[in-house]
Design a protein around this ligand. Structure first.
Ligand code: COA
Length: 181
């Protein structure tokens, strides 16, 4: 379980299905995907993450508001094919009611910190369709920079953003140097 100022990231359970389906079946939320998810794809999303927890020790986690306990989306790490290579990727989906309130980047930063502390990966990625500006801005807010654009049958063109362990360590040092409130 990962805690941030406002959020809790925890493993999925099948009980999250209705709340997740509301997000993944929404055409506006899924505008940069080939299509919104149906019930079967949503169920598969949860089982894929349950398998990932067992196999890799990570996956996308349910994102829950600490003040209300409400499930508002997911965020986490998974192995994704990025321009032909399987690489660790930070992904996120937030319910549209809560867009642009900093939840996506708060969750993504927590996953980035967790991944550098708990996995041996020296570079973390976030990828999205070239049209998905919200996702790209969230990657930038997570300390990443754009590393490439590449043809992708699912997205026409995908953009990959990345942060190295060294860059992350430099960010941590900057935070430590800030005067305390
Ligand atoms: C991507 C997503 C998770 C961002 O969540 P969020 O909670 O709104 O993100 P934040 O409020 O933390 O915003 C992060 C940055 O993105 C920017 N942003 C958010 N929505 C935006 C939009 N529609 N257009 C342009 N920028 C946007 C914010 O201004 C912020 O930028 P800043 O740090 O420069 O101020 C959310 O838009 C979403 O769920 N989208 C649909 C699912 C999806 O496409 N996921 C990514 C798949 S690759």
């Amino acid at each position: 379980m990962i805690k941030t100022q406002r959020l809790l990231l925890r493993e999925y359970t099948m009980e999250d299905f209705p709340a997740l389906y509301e997000i993944l079946s929404d055409p506006e939320t899924m505008a940069h995907y080939p299509a919104p998810y149906d019930q079967e794809k949503t169920r598969h999303w949860i089982t894929w993450n349950l398998e990932n927890y067992r196999f890799h020790g990570f996956g996308l986690w349910a994102v829950v508001r600490r003040d209300t306990g409400e499930f508002i989306g997911d965020c986490g790490l998974s192995m994704q094919c990025i321009d032909g290579e399987m690489l660790p990727e930070i992904g996120y989906h937030i319910h549209k009611t809560y867009w642009r309130q900093g939840y996506g980047s708060e969750a993504a930063r927590a996953v980035r910190d967790w991944a550098f502390r708990n996995t041996p990966y020296n570079i973390l990625y976030s990828c999205c369709k070239y049209t998905n500006l919200a996702s790209q801005r969230t990657a930038l807010a997570n300390g990443m920079h754009k590393v490439k654009e590449y043809p992708d049958p699912k997205n026409t063109i995908s953009c990959a953003f990345a942060i190295t362990r060294q860059e992350w360590e430099a960010l941590q040092m900057q935070c430590e140097e800030l005067p305390a409130d």
